[in-house]
Design a protein around this ligand. Structure first.
Ligand code: ADP
Ligand code: MG
Length: 553
């Protein structure tokens, strides 16, 4: 047996892990399972690509074995395994220079900041959060000799020759005080389902299951082995391998929704960044869509390992109704929420995902209009929110949003409105500021009706705010009819200017209205009604003024 000391950085790391990361000790299982999954991935790759390994048996599986009495838990795999050299190199030093540099930077109080520590993968050493003694018995694929690595996570480790019948690695944890809670089959199953359900290899749990013995009228413990995970990272499979029902079933399993989704978009990106996304649009808007405490429904995975859900930074807020999975090859396993906000990899994935979702929606609008109407019925409003917050995609959003109008029944798109514009018409007009029935009968619309011009009826309460910030669709200006300077299209050369003739009346009105109005003018916008109220182009509309006043502004 040979005794070895940990590299200084490993000792530092262990200190940090044991003293600062204890808020989520359950992640040890995620880390160990992910190592096993990596080891299986590596061996699978070799058996597929390297002649020396092609003939080796490959029965990929991960086995968790619980001994409640002795408080031990083992995690065993049939992966690539490690020989003596590997054990010393991988489980005693920190190879990645990034981690070393990071550790060197941490000093004083920063050491206690577990958010900072979350920036690097704690990996194998997280086992020492729950165990006071860890044994690793490993045999490298293609070699006969196995090795045992043992450590208490304090000073160093011992290494000696051992036996193992097949290639692979067994990690044996002697659970400490903190770790005792994991000597529980129910808890283990829960953690595996939570973090590792879609690891591509089967994960089995062997434990003493209580079963009722009818003959003896008592329950007895029976050693049982059950598969715990679903073992299919559905989103990693190729599109042509998957049936509609596979997608629907998976949707239901991740959302708990009993209805089928409206659409899904499955994308695999390769190149400078590698990732897979599978997004779903629920057929009914989530109940909390308009609540400030809404939950998002996109889960983040790194290499098929679950990292977190309800991360609001994965997609912009206006797409909060989207459900699904983002699985990245390039993010570290231990990426924290804090890091996500400024992570370049995630920013790129997010930007591309938004583009993808919006362009797919555009396709549906063009090719499946009936389905698209179902979508609009639920999600027109969140898309409008996007106009307000996502300037980069404003053009696309304007194409996706649907409108009520004076010209057509039901809903219409801006592209259609544009195609119906009258010859010489310069702008597209809309009216806001009240309920639909009120807007439709507004005297402000009279002249537009008379001239055969279409006006959009924007009766959604957020329209006022959102559309006051949108001044163009394509190259055409969007104008509110209840603002004063929208007359350009209404001027009629044939009609004489009545300002002079009306001057006495206007003067009287100015006197009697006093400073309740800014201006009284002869208007070209009225056809049958004698007068109407409009607001200055530069000022908030009447409805908005009321809202601002109500908010104490
Ligand atoms: P990481 O997985 O990020 O490389 P870890 O601390 O989790 O960091 O693991 C360190 C290294 O130990 C791995 O890169 C791998 O080489 C080796 N290792 C850990 N667990 C296993 C295992 N079950 N089978 C084979 N190698 C393993
Ligand atoms: Mg790891």
């Amino acid at each position: 047996m040979s005794k070895r000391e940990f590299q200084t950085e490993v000792s530092q790391l262990l200190q940090l892990i044991i003293h600062s990361l204890y808020s989520h000790p359950e992640i040890f299982l995620r880390e160990l399972i992910s190592n096993s999954s990596d080891a299986l991935d590596k061996l699978r790759h070799l058996t597929l690509t390297d002649d020396a390994y092609k003939t080796l048996p490959f029965d990929p599986r991960i086995d968790l074995e619980l001994d409640e009495e002795n408080k031990t838990l083992t995690i065993a795999d049939t992966g690539i395994g490690m020989n003596e050299e590997d054990l010393i190199a991988h489980l005693g030093t920190i190879a990645r220079s990034g981690t070393k540099n990071f550790l060197a930077q941490l000093s004083g109080d920063a050491r206690k900041d577990s958010n900072l520590i979350g920036q690097f993968g704690v990996g194998f050493y997280s086992a020492f959060m729950v165990a006071d003694r860890v044994e690793v018995i490993s045999r490298k694929a293609g070699e006969e000799q196995a090795w045992r690595w043992v450590s208490d996570g304090k000073s160093g480790f011992d290494i000696e020759a051992a036996e193992r019948s097949v290639a692979g690695t067994t990690v044996l944890l002697h659970l400490n005080e903190e770790g005792r809670q994991y000597a529980n089959s129910w808890r283990l199953q829960e953690i595996v389902k939570k973090y590792s359900n879609h690891i591509a290899f089967p994960i089995f749990l062997t434990y003493d299951k209580s079963e009722w013995n009818e003959a003896e009228k008592k329950s007895e413990k029976i050693r049982t082995t059950e598969q715990v995970n679903a073992a299919s990272a559905l989103w990693r499979r190729s599109k042509n391998e998957l049936k509609e029902d596979d997608y629907k079933e998976f949707y239901k399993s991740i959302t708990g929704d009993s209805e089928d989704p409206l659409f899904w978009f499955h994308t695999k990106a390769e190149g400078s960044l590698e990732y897979t996304t599978l997004f779903y649009v629920p057929s009914k808007a989530p109940f909390d869509l308009y609540q400030s405490e809404y939950r998002t429904g996109v889960k983040l995975y790194v290499k098929r390992v679950f990292i977190m859900d309800d991360a609001k930074e994965l997609l912009p807020q206006y797409l909060r109704f989207v459900r699904g999975v983002i699985d990245s090859e390039d993010l570290p396993l231990n990426v924290s929420r804090e890091i996500l906000q400024q992570n370049r990899v995630l920013t790129s994935i997010r930007t591309a995902s938004v583009k993808k979702i919006l362009s797919e929606l555009k396709n549906i609008a063009a090719n499946q209009p009936e389905q698209y109407l179902k979508f609009v019925a639920e999600y027109n409003r969140p898309l409008k929110e996007g106009l307000y917050s996502d300037f980069a995609n404003r053009e696309t959003l304007l194409d996706l949003i649907r409108f009520k109008s004076t010209k057509v029944e039901g809903l219409t798109s801006l592209a259609d409105v544009k195609s119906r514009m009258k010859e010489g018409q310069k702008s597209i007009y809309y009216i806001t500021g009240g309920a639909e029935s009120l807007l439709r009968t507004s005297p402000l619309l009279e002249i537009y009706k008379k001239k055969g011009m279409e006006v959009l009826i924007l009766d959604d309460e957020i329209d006022e705010i959102v559309f006051s910030g949108v001044d163009k669709y394509d190259d055409i200006e969007l104008k509110a009819v209840n603002k004063s300077s929208t007359n350009e299209d209404l001027k009629d050369e044939a009609e004489p200017d009545k300002t002079e003739a009306l001057k006495p009346l206007i003067d009287k009105l100015k006197i009697s209205l006093g400073d309740r109005v800014k201006e009284v003018r002869a208007s070209v916008r009225l056809a049958d009604s004698p007068s109407c109220i409009v607001t200055d182009e530069e000022e908030p509309s009447i409805k908005m003024q009321q809202m601002l006043r109500a908010m104490g502004q």
